[in-house]
Ligand binder design. Structure first.
Ligand code: S6P
Ligand code: ZN
Length: 184
């Protein structure tokens, strides 16, 4: 039977069952931000984001679903917002839903042809991450951005492609506005 899982709709926090917890600090984000000097000037132990995930079946098993919540702190690295690493699913034909609970953000989506678009995130916004699409979220607001995610248990994560090639565009604060800027 499924345990009595609860989502707090004020914060997005999941509780009531054993959860996998992941923490990403500034140090963990080496190589992800455009301005390496600005990244180095931050406290390396500062938290950029954390993820809670309820994994009712083994990761990699076919047929199950996972439920997670991501909390991204507000913060900047030069003109770039605190954001997740971003990934493709290792099984490229696996999609995902995101539902924003708190804060403001941008969901950055890049297809296999490296075409990048973004969707604004605000409380209540629902986002479908199609298969074959890399996804990353930036916190464009001044409070914690939290969003629920639901994805197939056999999706897996390919971080390597983004770690080495990045996205073709970044969300940057230009004249006070979150703007998608193509990489040179
Ligand atoms: C999992 C889902 C999210 C992310 C989380 C952190 O498929 O997309 O739970 O894992 O938002 O992002 P990342 O890119 O560090 O995994
Ligand atoms: Zn994903």
């Amino acid at each position: 039977m499924t345990p009595q899982l609860t989502v707090d709709f004020l914060t997005g926090a999941i509780s009531g069952a054993p959860l996998q917890e992941t923490l990403r600090t500034v140090a963990d984000m080496k190589g992800y931000f455009r301005d390496e000097v600005a990244w180095q000037s931050l406290d390396s132990q500062r938290v950029v984001y954390r993820v809670q995930a309820f994994l009712p079946v083994r990761e990699g098993e076919e047929g199950g679903l996972f439920l997670g919540n991501t909390f991204i702190e507000p913060g900047m690295v030069a003109d770039e917002y605190f954001m997740t690493k971003g990934h493709f699913h290792r099984n490229r034909n696996r999609s995902e839903f995101y539902i924003t609970i708190t804060g403001r953000g941008a969901l950055i989506l890049m297809d296999e042809g490296r075409r990048t678009v973004f969707e604004p995130m605000e409380p209540g916004s629902v986002h479908y991450v199609p298969f074959n699409t890399a996804h990353r979220v930036a916190n464009t607001g001044d409070s914690v951005l939290s969003f629920l995610a639901c994805w197939p248990s056999d999706a897996g994560h390919d971080y390597g492609t983004i770690a080495s090639k990045g996205f073709s565009a970044r969300i940057r604060k230009i004249n006070g506005v979150a703007t998608l800027v193509e990489e040179p």
